[in-house]
Each structure stands twice: as structure tokens, then as C-alpha cells.
Write a protein of this length. Structure first.
Length: 535
């Protein structure tokens, strides 16, 4: 147990030195460290929302709006299916929790039901897929009246898919802001938790996340409303202006008169060369460029509306065909609005509307107070452990304290290398690790003391003490590690932060307390040849 080959001793010292090197950036300020030349691969700990301040937003999928999307999609599918089957119908529209249609020729009702039943697409049921299948819609027939009811399983499946897609899109939008280590995670069935450390403008964050960013280029109808009571003609619908919702524009609904923004490949904020106002330049992929070029080529001198989230941003006139697949969106934007619009267009459209359920902002001063309190608590706890070990075990207590500081440096270095975010619960885990770090030394030292009192020589007592205490040390830390794994698996947010810090602390504790301490004592034995054990 006390014989260390040179390679093993060097490996232990190298691991400790590596941990200290990775922990080094945390000893100086972040700005100071960035100015130093030795920063390749080294970075300080990232502070969480509760330590450096920032914005906290909890979003929820708008189920009513999502249900409306399902119904609108279903109406279009029913209309297309019945037209293909040459079945006459009337009264196609929404009803409570579904869509209804009446077949005008009773002799065609059976054929209509058979054709429409194929619209009930099977979906995976439940949040945790167990293999069961249910339907998006439930078809009911009452003579010539056919009703499609939106099932709860279908709506839940749609919400689940919307959440998964939204997580990726929100991540792209927030990362484009240049913030540090945002937290974006699912919470519950239909909510998304977002924490952005360092961002002190929650209104900008809400505006960025509140846009579904569904962009469309739609031809304007020839006739326009003359009063608020006017109704749009067939194949047209009314869309309000982005800045003035009282101002209504009628735009065409036909797919031939519409180009969706889903084929955008890039969007960047820039300035109009003529007016010098902020605009957003965009570029289509090949498919979108062909459709956009065809639309503009066939409708020269006609106005078309740029519609974002069912709001008219602008309605320019097509002066000439736009065949290159590029263009720009102008709409009296500020510089920040143009930048944010470019971000949401680049990241893609959200599959559903997200509403803000909870929001709060943590100021940087509160974060500074939390850091100061955490540092004071850590210093007091460390000082208490150091004094206790020195008073209780003398020279061996000094060795335990050396291992304790090496443990702290390795833990901080490991957290820094992994890019972990340090929060207040993480500081609690750090402090708890320091308190637990000397438990292994205490077990070893007490066993050495017993062996020495039993008549063994110093070398034999020390070697037996380390060997006998090993199983106890492993068992004690293994049970704690199991609890940490459960916390990490079932917890979220701050609980996980605590679990990560404590779990890594257990690994560094076992390494330093049993390996580093044993190495130091082994070298002390070979150098001093003691006659007694200094406990």
C-alpha cells in the first residue's frame, strides 16, 4: 500500500497539477484572465442566474391556439379530400372541439365517411411512449352530418411535438444573442423554462421568444375594405397591420398567391442603401427562390404583403421580377428590432404560440451579495475543518489539510473544464464536499491509531490502517454517490447543480484523501524513518 512506482507517483502529482491549472482562471477576474496570453482551453466557472443576475422566463404552449391550428389544417384536408372524391358538401367549419361538415347528397355519405376516415392519423399516446396508438381525431356520423372531434391524446401528442421543436428553435434564438450558458429545458408537460444569466432586459427576451416567426409573402387582393364592417371576398382574408391593428389589409389565401418563409436559408440585419433605415435582408433556398421568382414574375406592378405572425409588416409593389432568391423586409424597424427579427427568421418558426407564465429578473447586485455570502461561508467552513484536523491529528492533520486544498482545486478545475454553471446550490455542494473531504482521513487515521496502540510498528500500522479503511471509505462514498445519482436523475435546475457538484466532489475526495495523502505519508516514511506515529 505504501510502495509507489515512479510512474504512479508522477501520475498522481500530474492529475493534481492539472486540476490546479484548470482552477487557476477562477483566482483572477474574468476580464483580467481574458487579457492574459495563456487562455487556450482554460476558462473560469460560469456563474448561474442567481449569482450574476439575469432573466428568468417560464413559457407555456397555448393549447387553444394549437387546437385552432389543428382545426384549420383539418378543414383544409377535408375540403381537398371531398373535392378529389367529387362529393358535394356544405357547412364546413369549426364546432366545439372539432370540425363538422354536411354532405348534401345522402347517397354519397357512406363514401364520404370512408374517404374522410383516412384523415385520422395514428399518433403515439402518452408522454412516455409505451407502444399504444390513438388518433388525432375521432370521427362521428349523424346521418349526413360528419363531425371530427379533436381527441385529448391527439392534442397532447401535438403539444409534446411542439415542445420538442420549440426547445431547439429557442436555443438557436438565445444563442444568437451571444449570452453565456443559457438554461433551456422542458418543465412538466407543456412548459419551457428559460434562464439567461447576464441578460438584464426581460422585455427583449419575451419579444424574441413570443414571436412564432411564421413569415409569408402573399399577394394583396384587388378590392380592399372601405369600412370596418366590410367582409373579404372569397379566397381572401383580413390581416391587421403590425403597428396599427385598426388598419386592415385583405390578402389572398390561395397557395399559388403565397410563398412561405420556411424556405429561408439566411436573414441578416442591414440598412437600406436609399433611405438608410434598418431592414432585414433574406435569402431563399433553391425551392423557395423558384417559387418567389415565379410569384413576382407573374405579378409585376401588383402589391404583395409581407406577413409575419399574421401581421402585415409592409406591403410593397412588385416593380420587377425578383429572380435571385434574395430580398429585404422593411417596416419602420429600429436597429434592435431588425436584429431580433433576423434572429427569429434564421432560427425558424415556432410550431405553436408560447405564452409567458412567469418572469423575473435577478439584479447583478443581488448576485454579488450571493457570491460574497458563498465565499464567506466557504472560507469559514474550510477554516473550521483545517483547525479541527490540526488540533485532532497534528502532523497527519496537516497532511489531510494539504489534501483538502488539493481536493478543492481539483473540484473547481474539473467544474471549469466541463463548463459547468455554478449556482447557490452548487456552492452548497462545494461546502458540503469540504466538510466530507476529511471523513476518509479520519477513518484512516483512527484505524492507524488503533493498530499503533495494538503494538504494530509505525510502517505496519500506517499500511494496515490504509488497507483496512479502504473498504469502509468506498462503501461510505458509494452510498452518497447513489443518492447523488437519484437527485441528478429526478431533479432539475438547482437540484441538478447541487448533485453535479457533490458527485464530482465525491470523486475528487476519494482520490485526494486516499491516494494523495497516502503518497505524501509514504514519502515522509521513507525520508524520516519515524519511531512513533505522530497522531
Amino acid at each position: 500500500m505504501l510502495n509507489f512506482p515512479r510512474w504512479k507517483a508522477l501520475s498522481i502529482l500530474f492529475a493534481v497539477a492539472l486540476g490546479m491549472i484548470f482552477a487557476l482562471p477562477n483566482l483572477v477576474g474574468h476580464d483580467t484572465w481574458q487579457r492574459l496570453p495563456l487562455v487556450n482551453g482554460l476558462k473560469p466557472l460560469v456563474l448561474g442566474l442567481d449569482l450574476q443576475g439575469g432573466s428568468h422566463v417560464l413559457l407555456e404552449v397555448d393549447r387553444n391556439e394549437l387546437e385552432g391550428q389543428l382545426a384549420k389544417q383539418l378543414i383544409a384536408d377535408i375540403r381537398q379530400t371531398l373535392r378529389e372524391q367529387k362529393i358535394t358538401y356544405t357547412g364546413l367549419g369549426r364546432v366545439n372541439k372539432g370540425v363538422s361538415v354536411r354532405i348534401t347528397n345522402p347517397g354519397q355519405a357512406d363514401r364520404a365517411v370512408e374517404a374522410l376516415r383516412r384523415l385520422s392519423q395514428p399518433v403515439s399516446s402518452g408522454l412516455f411512449d409505451t407502444g399504444g396508438l390513438s388518433n388525432d381525431f375521432e370521427l362521428r356520423r349523424n346521418n349526413d352530418l360528419i363531425v371530427f372531434g379533436i381527441t385529448q391524446a391527439g392534442l397532447d401528442a401535438k403539444v409534446g411535438r411542439a415542445i420538442q421543436q420549440s426547445l431547439e428553435i429557442i436555443g438557436k434564438r438565445i444563442n444568437a444573442l451571444g449570452t453565456t450558458e443559457p438554461t433551456i429545458q422542458r418543465q412538466g408537460v407543456d412548459r419551457i423554462l428559460i434562464q439567461v444569466p447576464g441578460l438584464q432586459d426581460p422585455d427583449r427576451l419575451k419579444a424574441l421568444l413570443g414571436q412564432t416567426a411564421k413569415l409569408q409573402f402573399r399577394l394583396v387582393c384587388e378590392s380592399q375594405p372601405q369600412s370596418a364592417t366590410d367582409r373579404p371576398p372569397p379566397d381572401c382574408e383580413e390581416v391587421p397591420d403590425r403597428d396599427n391593428q385598426q388598419q386592415i389589409l385583405w390578402v389572398q389565401t390561395s397557395s399559388r398567391a403565397t410563398v412561405d418563409g420556411e424556405d429561408l436559408t439566411d436573414a441578416q440585419p442591414t440598412f437600406d442603401q436609399r433611405t438608410n433605415e434598418p431592414v432585414v435582408s433574406f435569402r431563399f433556398n433553391q425551392k423557395g427562390a423558384l417559387r418567389f421568382g415565379r410569384l413576382t414574375q407573374e405579378n409585376v406592378s401588383k402589391p404583395f404583403a409581407i406577413v409575419l405572425d399574421n401581421r402585415v409588416v409592409s406591403a410593397p409593389v412588385i416593380n420587377e421580377p425578383i429572380l435571385g432568391g434574395t430580398g429585404q423586409i422593411s417596416g419602420r424597424f429600429t436597429t434592435q428590432e431588425a436584429s431580433d427579427l433576423a434572429i427569429v427568421l434564421r432560427s425558424g418558426a415556432l410550431p405553436a404560440k408560447l405564452t409567458v407564465v412567469e418572469e423575473r429578473t435577478v439584479g447583478p447586485s443581488l448576485g454579488s451579495d450571493s457570491i460574497r455570502a458563498g465565499v464567506v461561508a466557504t472560507l469559514i467552513g474550510t477554516a473550521g475543518v483545517v483547525i479541527f484536523m490540526l488540533a485532532g491529528y497534528g502532523f497527519f492533520g496537516l497532511i489531510a489539510n494539504v489534501a483538502l486544498f488539493a481536493n478543492l482545486a481539483m473540484l473547481v478545475g474539473l467544474l471549469s473544464a466541463l463548463g459547468a454553471t455554478l449556482t447557490l446550490p452548487g456552492i452548497a455542494g462545494l461546502l458540503l464536499t469540504l466538510g466530507m473531504a476529511v471523513d476518509s482521513n479520519v477513518l484512516v487515521y483512527e484505524r492507524i491509531r488503533e493498530e499503533w496502540r495494538g503494538g504494530r510498528s509505525p510502517v505496519s500500522a500506517i499500511e494496515t490502517g490504509f488497507r483496512a479503511a479502504l473498504a469502509t471509505i468506498v462503501d461510505a462514498n458509494l452510498t452518497t454517490f447513489i443518492a447523488v445519482a437519484v437527485l441528478f436523475g429526478l431533479g432539475s435546475g438547482p437540484v441538478r447543480g447541487f448533485a453535479v457538484t457533490l458527485g464530482l466532489g465525491i470523486l475528487t475526495t476519494v482520490f485526494t484523501a486516499f491516494t494523495l495523502s497516502r503518497l505524501i505519508i509514504a514519502y515522509w516514511l521513507s525520508w524520516s524513518r519515524p519511531k512513533t506515529v505522530p497522531l
